[in-house]
Design a protein around this ligand. Structure first.
Ligand code: AMP
Ligand code: TRP
Length: 331
């Protein structure tokens, strides 16, 4: 069985972009692949967090993994810090990453360009930790949204570099980025991606949003004055974004099919249908979320997930340390 691995940072609440770009694919693939889906709680502290809020977000994040359909009997769900090898291999990978490579990572570059101050060292070296997250498990594929592709590509470079230097240690993984929905845009500004750091709160639909609020966000989404439902992300970014949302939430319905249904109809009708799709999905997730939240399912899933992941990760870390010559071999 081929293996797949991915993670999500529990920085703030999970949103529709996370679901469409990442989470739904984890669920889709869990039958066909050996799946490792973790909560990246080391990555999320690369920016300041409020401890109480973080704790709540962590639990919510696991609950939402389960509520979206990840099944702990099939997928290994775990907290990054429960498998210590992540931080340990993360440091080793950091020592094999060039600063020039880290300087080219767009996430850090963007924050620097915006003039943000007091950026942490952890934020700068985060791609090395992400490489460790992946390489510990020798996955074949890493399903991610578009914004993470660059990090998976760096991971490949690092794997090849280490394999050349120390003999084959790692499988070189492939990023898996869907054709539709890998970059869901903000509803209030379709030139920016939908993100947890949306200050206005109008452009981002959270998976735990009240259904009425979610509907309102869709209905007030920024569109254009072309007056036709047509897929063209360059000249109609708002409409195309809504089409991507609709398609992704209805079994990857073809764009041509959506265009045909709304031919000659107004944007109001179209938005109402998109809102129905979004609210239908949220309602299902939220019902299951409520069931999961106070059950023992979260703890049980994390415990068994971390136990299974640790066996693989510890073995890989030991092999890497040995290959580098970091261990004293007892005579
Ligand atoms: P993050 O919330 O940054 O930890 O992202 C978790 C996963 O969701 C990653 O695979 C991202 O690429 C994906 N993701 C985040 N935002 C979006 C978005 N707006 N559209 C599609 N995928 C996204
Ligand atoms: N960096 C990813 C994000 O911000 C989360 C992440 C951490 C991840 N480690 C990973 C994703 C390993 C895939 C594989 O979205």
């Amino acid at each position: 069985m081929k293996r797949m691995l991915s993670g999500i940072k529990p920085t703030g609440q999970l949103h529709l972009g996370n679901y469409i770009g990442a989470l739904r694919h984890f669920v889709e693939y869990q039958d066909e692949y050996e799946m490792f889906a973790f909560i990246a709680n080391l990555h999320c502290i690369t920016v300041p967090q409020d401890p109480k809020e973080l704790q709540k977000n962590l639990r919510d994040c696991v609950a939402l993994y389960l509520a979206c359909g990840l099944d702990p009997a099939k997928a290994n769900i775990f907290l990054q810090t429960d498998v210590r090898a992540h931080a340990q291999l993360g440091y080793i990978m950091c020592c094999h990453t060039y600063m020039g490579e880290l300087n080219r990572m767009t996430q850090f570059k963007d924050k620097m360009a915006k003039g943000e101050t007091n950026l942490s060292g952890g934020l700068y070296t985060y791609p090395s930790l992400m490489a460790a997250d992946i390489l510990l498990y020798d996955p074949d594929y890493v399903p991610v949204g578009e914004d993470q592709k660059q990090h998976v590509e760096l991971t490949r470079d690092l794997a090849i570099r280490m394999n050349n230097r120390y003999g084959t240690l790692f499988k070189v993984p492939e990023p898996l980025v869907a054709k539709v929905g890998a970059r869901i845009m903000s509803l209030s500004d379709p030139s920016r991606k939908m993100s947890k750091s949306d200050e206005t709160n109008k452009g981002c639909i959270y998976l735990l949003d009240d259904l009425k609020a979610a509907r309102k966000k869709v209905m007030s989404a920024v569109t254009d004055n072309c007056a036709r439902v047509h897929f063209d992300p360059v000249s109609q970014p708002g409409i195309s974004n809504l089409m991507q949302i609709m398609s992704s939430l209805s079994d990857d319905r073809p764009m041509g099919d959506i265009e045909a249904e709304f031919e000659g109809k107004g944007y109001g009708d179209f938005k109402r249908s998109v809102a129905d799709c979004v609210c239908g999905t949220l309602e299902k997730i939220q019902t299951r979320y409520q069931e999961v939240l106070d059950s023992g399912e979260i703890d049980a899933a994390l415990e068994s997930g971390a136990a299974r992941a640790s066996v693989i990760a510890d073995e890989k870390l030991a092999a890497v340390q040995k290959a580098i010559g970091m261990e004293i071999i007892l005579k």
